[in-house]
Write a protein that binds this ligand. Structure first.
Ligand code: ADP
Ligand code: MG
Length: 464
């Protein structure tokens, strides 16, 4: 096996266990640059990639090599085309004796002092000074987006441009993007930075045309050192705005200014958007934020609680974390509500009170946790089996229930389109998107469809 074949085979192994975003991010532009009897030298594009791969993926790469080329005992990563001249004193990563344990970067305890935002950062950048890295809790669900944001804040305008962060509502996209902005402003207070939502960008642009001040508009947007546009998916269907954004984007990027975008979905899944924009969105780094797992939700609650100076029992925290699954904003909202009640009554809340106070928020959403549960309830409702929903049949009697199950998985679990597709018989994510859109439309337009879904929801939340 030559070097190229070996690396391809290793990547083939890794690809199976990594998400697409992760895989592309870390392994694009890597290759084996050299090989000795027992060592391979892997060229990677940046120090950041080098650190990340050697901390996170080293084990997996070793595992793959063990099967493919057992004589290789050591891997050395280096930035750039050529391996460094060997230095025996270097802290090499050797298998199996010295394999370093990947560090777990989650400050889950999270009780450390949080620095107050610097008051000088309050300016006309549009940034909210409370959205800073120090108050952003890192978990598995957001570590990629966080690492990418950190990298961008240290080195704006170079490697990951644009940075495109996508994920569901209330998962920290705005917080993270603004954290980069605030850090940048702190490090270089003279620089110009602009945070806007895509609606504001659109309105500014339309306003500029109407009042014949497009030059001014261009000057504002094209003279910044960093441009943050939040929820870019809303420029879908707005051709004029897209055109203007296209030119703004090009000019900023050509002059090495950093652009950060957020969206609720992948670039290619934004409907009615020009292909040339999609491809530009994908030029730099695309990083996702998923819903946090239970452990991370608990960590978020503990940290936010400590920050507020309230103390709720573990049982209550667990009750919140178990019931509020897909939205960090709601998690925070629940905590705030309980904190207020506790302060009012001036003694510790008990779990029954917490249940009562949050009853409106958690809506019996108690035990609904898995795709399987949804599939099972939907199948039962239509007198089918789960296999009927999964198998490759396009018979009408299966298609609709399957689409409803996909719709509920998206709505109730906030699962990603590919995850849902995977569960339902390895279907393509576009099939899932189509299903979700279709059922959404139907349930808005037809009373019967709406009632059916409500009945299924009832079953989901009461039956368990
Ligand atoms: P999005 O833009 O994805 O809808 P936001 O960034 O507005 O979400 O986050 C919603 C709320 O949750 C904000 O108050 C934010 O500070 C908080 N939040 C989200 N993720 C985190 C996190 N990882 N650590 C701390 N707070 C978070
Ligand atoms: Mg947001």
């Amino acid at each position: 096996m030559n070097n190229q074949q070996l690396w391809q085979a290793i990547l083939g192994n890794l690809e199976i266990s990594l998400s697409r975003a992760n895989f592309n991010t870390w392994f694009k532009n890597t290759h084996i640059s050299d090989r000795s009897q027992d060592t391979i030298y892997v060229s990677v594009p940046s120090t950041f990639t080098k650190d990340w791969i050697s901390q996170k993926y080293h084990q997996e790469i070793l595992k793959a090599i063990k099967n493919l080329a057992p004589e290789i005992k050591s891997i050395k990563y280096h930035v750039g085309a050529n391996p460094p001249i060997p230095n025996l004193n270097q802290n090499n990563q050797t298998f199996p004796e010295n394999t370093p344990k990947p560090q777990t970067p989650y400050p889950h305890a999270g009780f450390k002092e949080i620095p107050q935002p610097n008051p000088s950062t309050q300016d006309n950048s549009g940034l909210n000074p409370k959205y800073i890295f120090e108050s952003f809790i890192i978990g598995k669900h957001n570590e990629l987006a966080h690492a990418a944001s950190q990298a961008v804040s240290k080195n704006p305008g170079s490697q990951y441009n644009p940075l495109f962060i996508y994920g569901g509502v209330g998962l920290g996209k705005t917080h993270l993007m603004q954290a980069v902005g605030n850090k940048f402003l702190q490090d270089s207070p003279k620089s110009k930075i602009l945070y806007v939502t895509s609606e504001k960008f659109t309105n500014d642009y339309i306003g500029a045309i109407q009042s014949k001040r497009t030059e001014e508009f261009k000057k504002t947007y094209r003279s910044v050192d960093m441009l943050l546009i939040d929820d870019i998916q809303f420029i879908a269907g707005k051709e004029g705005t897209q055109e203007e954004f296209f030119h703004t984007f090009n000019e900023l990027r050509e002059t090495g200014k950093q652009i950060i975008l957020t969206s609720d979905r992948l670039p290619k899944d934004i409907p009615s958007i020009e292909a040339r924009l999609i491809s530009r969105f994908e030029w730099g780094m695309v990083a996702d934020i998923q819903a946090p797992d239970l452990e991370t939700r608990m960590a978020i609650l503990r940290t936010k609680m400590a920050k507020k100076g309230v103390i709720l029992t573990e049982e209550i925290l667990f009750f919140i974390a178990e019931n509020i699954i897909t939205n960090i904003r709601e998690l925070e909202g629940a905590l705030n509500r309980l904190a207020i009640y506790q302060q009012m009554q001036n003694r510790a809340l008990v779990i029954e009170q917490a249940r009562e106070i949050l009853s409106g928020m958690v809506q019996n959403k108690k035990k609904i946790t898995s795709l399987k549960k949804i599939a099972q309830i939907v199948a039962e409702f239509y007198n089918l089996t789960i296999e009927d929903l999964i198998k490759q049949s396009r018979k009408k009697e299966f298609v609709k229930p399957r689409q409803i199950a996909m719709f509920l998985a998206r709505k109730e679990l906030n699962s990603s389109f590919p995850t849902i597709g995977e569960f339902f018989g390895g279907r393509d994510h576009t099939t899932v998107m189509h299903a979700v859109e279709k059922i959404e439309k139907n349930s808005n337009a037809e009373l019967q469809a709406k009632q059916e879904i409500e009945l299924i929801m009832d079953k989901l939340y009461t039956n368990t």
